[in-house]
Each structure stands twice: as structure tokens, then as C-alpha cells.
Design a protein around this ligand. Structure first.
Ligand SMILES: [Zn+2]
Length: 412
């Protein structure tokens, strides 16, 4: 369908700076998100949703579209995030490329330093004849996930403007801090009140995700014994050397740059050290829960072996689970995935199902008791200046939201 209010809504949203901040100790992490969520709450009220409120302590804005059926059907929730990634999000000047020919290079900045070139980004080939919204090369676009916000909002506006369309109770959740991985930590499933939900936060047309990594953070702190190198024999314990030994004891192939699909990894993302002390920071990832547990055991076991040689507490390991593969939850009742598949298929969209090599807000929310797969919102090349989104894909995501609501209402 064509929605006249969809693109204007999106363009209004992306012009508001709402970057999250990993260093912040507040929830939400930035005031700009709090302010933007307030304007979205006002818009939800104005559209005609009820019980619009900020859910403490998460900072999410929750709203309800009451059922217009005379019988009970499951309550569906739609969730997206308002923060943008760790890239300049100030003064976003979107460019609109109408009827893209599907092969030309699209200049972004006036000087032509940054371009969208199909040779570099072959995904552009999928967009012949469509209207693309790009950046001007100096910022990200914010399609992740203001596309999702605009699509959910537009679907709700459609339903309140068309009371003849039958639907059950719909819940909307717009929240902060997805990009820094903390937004869903405080999500109040009880307050939200849905039976199942979808994050509208995926990429290209058809994307449907219900499998994510299991994830842990692993820290290694090494304490050495620093003596003069000239008289170090059998005395010095060089923390730097032990850090190298630790890393080399991990499986050589299991790194992000050498793995794909369902292969897990250890990723050394930060290191510092001198002879006295050294610190290594890793993320540990695996889709399979058993292999994930094995990876953590292996990680801790390396420290044990080094400690047996150099003394207790020489190598200290701290492991912290971050999120789990939502498949564990979703698999118990696949109807939430089936509904999305059916909606897409009926709309002529081929569902594109693949395991996410990462997590989604839904990974955490699913484990809090609300099954929440992820569907496409349309963004491409997210988190940087090459981000773009197609108007037609955004409209299709809105179609999918409405179709799922309709199919759910028709359930006996
Ligand atoms: Zn996102």
C-alpha cells in the first residue's frame, strides 16, 4: 500500500539527534532520547492510542490500541528503538533519489568524496525503480531504527483512521539504547502486556530473524613480576608474554574474521599491558548453547593452566553472560514465526530467514518471557554514512505489520 504519512514521518524523526552513549550511567543513556520519546508519546496520543506512558525503569514508551473485536484474540506487540549508532547523527540532511535506475553511482556529499557505488554495495542492484533515501555523506541516516518507529506509527495511524479494519489489542513499545546493548535490560514484560511481539528492526525486505548468538563478555587480568631484564632469569613473569600465551591458547580459527553462519568465536576487542600487568577483553559468541558453555569453560581453563605454572591469581578471568539465543524460547511455540511468514507470503514477500550473528533486543525480551522475533524495517548499510532505505520497503514493512494484525484477528 502507499502511505502518504510514512516518509514525512520518517524524515521528521531522523532530523532529531538521538545517539545513545555507552559511557553514560543514566537510563535512557542520553537526554535527547528522553525528549524524543516524549514527542513520540504525544504523537501516539494524538493518533488515538490509549494508556500511553513511560514504563519505569526502562524509559520505554508503551501504548495500547484497544481491540475492536467482540471476541478475544492474542495481543501482539510491536517494538522498535529510537537511539542511533555510534556515528555522527547531528544535522542529518537526507537526500531523496526518486526512481533509482538500479546501476548508477549515487553521490552523497557535494564534493563527491563519498558515493554509493553498486560495485562496492551490490545491494543497490535490488532497488531499480524505487525511491531511495540516503545521507549527505556527513552523518548516518538513522534508518536503524527510525524506519521501524515510522512503520509502526504509520500502521497504528492507519488502523485508527480505518475503524472498519478488525483487530485485537495491539501494544506499541518504543525504547532507548538498543545500540549500546542495554535498552532491553529493564523492559517490563508485565507492563507491556502482549502475548507475543516483534521488533521491527531488521534490514532488507523479507528479513525474519528468530535465532541469535549466545553471548558473553570475557575479561582477563594478568599480574606479572617485574624485575630488571638483565637479572630476570627464572624470576621475571612478563604479563605481556602471558597475555600472548593466553590468546595463542584459543582456537586459531575461531575469530570473527574467519567464521560465518553458525560458527562461533572468541573476539579480542581490546588489549593493554606492560611487564607488570596486562588486560585482555573478549566477546565470546556461539549460536549453540552447549558449545557456548564449552567455550567459556575452555576460556577459564587456559587461566587455570597458566596459574598452575605461575601461581594462583596470576591470571584472573571474569566471564559475564550478556544474552542468549532466542531460538531456545521461540522454538517452544513457532506460531509467532509462522504468523510473520504467512503475512509476508500473502503479500508476495519471500521470507528471508537466517541466524543473526549478533543479538537483538528480542533476544533479551524473549528470555524475559515475551517471544519476540525480529522483522525487516528496510535499512541497508546501517551504522554509517552509506546507510540508505527504500520508501517501497518501508511501505512493505508497514503492510506486514498490518497483515499480521489482520491474520491474528481472523484466528478462530
Ligand atoms: Zn537497530
Amino acid at each position: 500500500m502507499q502511505y502518504d504519512d510514512l516518509v514525512p514521518r520518517f524524515l521528521t524523526y531522523i532530523k532529531v539527534e538521538t545517539r545513545s552513549d555507552e559511557e553514560s550511567t543514566t537510563v535512557p543513556s542520553t537526554q535527547s532520547q528522553v525528549d524524543f520519546l516524549k514527542t513520540l508519546a504525544a504523537e501516539l496520543n494524538q493518533i488515538g492510542l490509549t494508556d500511553v506512558h513511560v514504563s519505569a525503569p526502562s524509559g520505554y514508551v508503551f501504548a495500547t490500541l484497544p481491540s475492536n473485536l467482540d471476541r478475544q484474540v492474542p495481543t501482539i506487540g510491536f517494538i522498535s528503538h529510537v537511539d542511533t549508532a555510534d556515528f555522527n547523527g547531528q544535522d542529518i540532511h537526507p537526500q531523496i533519489v526518486e526512481n533509482y535506475d538500479g546501476h548508477s553511482v549515487i553521490p552523497l556529499d557535494p564534493a563527491g568524496k563519498y558515493v554509493l557505488d553498486p560495485k562496492v554495495f551490490p545491494n543497490l542492484l535490488n532497488y531499480a525503480g524505487q525511491t531511495l533515501i540516503t545521507t549527505d555523506g556527513s552523518t548516518l541516516l538513522g534508518s536503524d531504527d527510525k524506519s521501524g518507529v515510522a512503520e509502526i506509527m504509520t500502521a497504528m495511524a492507519y488502523l485508527t483512521a480505518h475503524p472498519e479494519v478488525k483487530h485485537g489489542t495491539i501494544k506499541v513499545g518504543l525504547g532507548p539504547d538498543e545500540e549500546i546493548g542495554t535498552g532491553a535490560d529493564h523492559f517490563d514484560v508485565q507492563d507491556f502486556g502482549a502475548d507475543f511481539a516483534y521488533t521491527v528492526d531488521g534490514g532488507p525486505l523479507g528479513q525474519l530473524e528468530y535465532e541469535t548468538f549466545n553471548a558473553a563478555d570475557g575479561r582477563v587480568h594478568i599480574t606479572g613480576t617485574n624485575v630488571h631484564p638483565g637479572s630476570a632469569k627464572d624470576t621475571m613473569v612478563n604479563a605481556n608474554q602471558l597475555a600472548i600465551d593466553f590468546h595463542n591458547a584459543l582456537p586459531e580459527h575461531d575469530r570473527p574474521e574467519k567464521t560465518a553462519r553458525r560458527e562461533g568465536f572468541f573476539h579480542l576487542y581490546k588489549m593493554s599491558g606492560d611487564v607488570d600487568t596486562a588486560d585482555l577483553s573478549y566477546i565470546i559468541r556461539d549460536h549453540d548453547r552447549q558449545q557456548f558453555e564449552d567455550r567459556k569453560r575452555l576460556f577459564a581453563g587456559i587461566a587455570d593452566r597458566l596459574n598452575a605454572k605461575y601461581g594462583d591469581q596470576t591470571v584472573q578471568v571474569t566471564l559475564k553472560d550478556q544474552y542468549y539465543n532466542m531460538r531456545e524460547i521461540i522454538e517452544k511455540d513457532m506460531s509467532v514465526v509462522e504468523l510473520a511468514k504467512k503475512a509476508m507470503t500473502e503479500l508476495g514477500i519471500k521470507p528471508d530467514i537466517a541466524p543473526v550473528r549478533g543479538g537483538t533486543d528480542g533476544s533479551k525480551i524473549s528470555f524475559l518471557g515475551l517471544p519476540t522475533p525480529n522483522i525487516f524495517a528496510g535499512g541497508e548499510n546501517m551504522h554509517g554514512r552509506f546507510e540508505f532505505v527504500s520508501e517501497q520497503t518501508m511501505a512493505k514493512a508497514t503492510d506486514v505489520i498490518l497483515k499480521m494484525i489482520q491474520l491474528n484477528a481472523e484466528q478462530a
